[in-house]
Design a protein around this ligand. Sequence first.
Ligand SMILES: [Zn+2]
Length: 265
Amino acid sequence: MSNESSPLSVRPVRAFADNYIWLIAAPNAPRRVVAVDPGEASPVFAELDRHGMSLAAILLTHHHADHIGGVATLCAAAEVPVFGPDDARIPGLTRRLADGDTVELDSLGLHFAVMHLPGHTISHIAFHGHGAVFCGDTLFSAGCGRMFEGTPVQMSASLRRLGNLPAATWVYAGHEYTAANLRFALEVEGDNAEASAYRARVAALRAEDLPTLPSTIGLENRVNPFLRCGEPAVHAAVAAHEGRPLADPVAVFAALRAWKDGFRA
Ligand SMILES: [Zn+2]
């Protein structure tokens, strides 16, 4: 079994305009890697070649093409297990996962608990283990995914589950949206000093074309308005924007998500 306390070695692979495919190095075999959400095969092949690594498994968070599009090509080159949500829209799965399942990759020294997080899509899952969570398009740094299929009740509960993970948990999300998300976060909560400081760090990273991820759950709980719908400042700002009282954090979340959908920084 792997050591829960040892941090994972994870490298980002860029795909499309702003996707990240995460490559997790196996603690027991560092040149073998697990790919999370390979929407494209070619950048994964390039990264494997560059570092003399081989693919050992694939983890998928949801069915969108920019997260699964490279699976068939990768599996044609190397027959590896493919783990993902139980959703007929995802071809090529070798194991279909539900909430509370575990992914045990004993020979690699990797194991993850599966969290079902409906909202962005109805079958979206995340993989939690080794002090990290691979959360696809549910939680982004300073933002969250659009609600394509789920309800505000579902999406806000999914985000609350992520927010309740240990503060030190590394957050590996599916897209580099942090800078734009922070513009909206500070529109909502202009007095959030930590969000302002984070914006400066993010701007410096992006100026050097570096990833802003991983984030941590602790940071997200302090700067991400979608995890802060129970905070009086966020509640008040959203109610003011709506021009009506909002009954509870779910109502705040629904109005906040709709506000973001129409927001252009
Ligand atoms: Zn998606």
